[in-house]
Design a protein around this ligand. Structure first.
Ligand code: CTP
Length: 211
């Protein structure tokens, strides 16, 4: 199975949303699963563009990496990477950004109240775009009713596949993952395995789907 001649986009990691010049909102995404997927796709011969949020992981071999911090920067980097044949949107994009302050917020006055503004949904925007990839894959991080929520997300965001993972345990930051692959034709539950193995299996499935 090969992905030679295919251009694949992967987003990975968290985003950081500044509160002021020295503080930010973040989440627990380590970027490990997304980086492993980028590596596995490159190993199958794909040209891989990896749009990475702030993580300290090394760039996988043969992968073009674009580092971003915020969801708005990630959205712009994704748009600039198009067209692609496949997109795997693994990043844990912050749903909200902060209506931030240009200067460091100082103590001593009133307790500050953060106002949040919704970020664009990068995956749903790509699903609706004129440059929609042939195969569009979203991830769903759920803590309860995993399959039900993830299936609903597949339809709502109009994507082809959803990789659902239960993040109620130690998945975020850990080395192993238990995922369910939800496609047009049904649900496959994979046994718990290292994130590298999830990545290889997904890359093989992507290659098979494009034949
Ligand atoms: N996603 C995205 N842009 C956003 C939010 C999410 O591209 N602003 C993508 C993620 O990369 C992932 C998928 O959407 O592929 C699902 O993300 P998730 O956080 O599970 O879903 P939400 O849409 O945020 O829904 P909820 O928080 O209500 O579960």
């Amino acid at each position: 199975m090969t992905l030679a001649g295919r251009h694949v986009l992967v987003t990975a990691g968290p985003t950081h949303e500044p509160i002021d010049p020295v503080r930010y909102l973040a989440n627990r995404s380590s970027g490990k699963q997304g980086f492993a997927i980028a590596a596995a796709l490159a190993a199958l011969g794909a040209r891989v563009t990896l749009v990475a949020g702030p993580v300290t992981l090394p760039t996988p071999e043969g992968v073009d990496r674009i580092d971003v911090e915020t969801a708005l920067e990630m959205a712009a980097a994704v748009e600039a990477a198009l067209p692609v044949d496949v997109a795997a949107m693994v990043a844990a994009v912050a749903d909200w950004r902060v209506e931030g302050s240009a200067q460091k917020i100082k103590k001593g006055g009133e307790t500050p109240v953060l106002r949040l503004v919704e970020n664009p949904d990068i995956l749903a925007t790509l699903a609706r775009s004129a440059q929609r990839p042939t195969l569009l894959i979203g991830f769903a991080a759920e803590t309860e009713r995993v399959l039900e929520h993830a299936s609903a997300k597949r339809e709502r965001k109009a994507v082809d596949w959803i990789v659902a993972n239960d993040v109620s345990g130690d998945v975020m930051g850990g080395a192993a993952n238990t995922v369910h692959l939800i496609t047009q034709t049904g649900v496959e539950s994979w046994e718990r395995m290292p994130k590298d193995a999830v990545a290889s299996r997904l890359a093989e499935r992507i290659a098979a789907a494009l034949v």
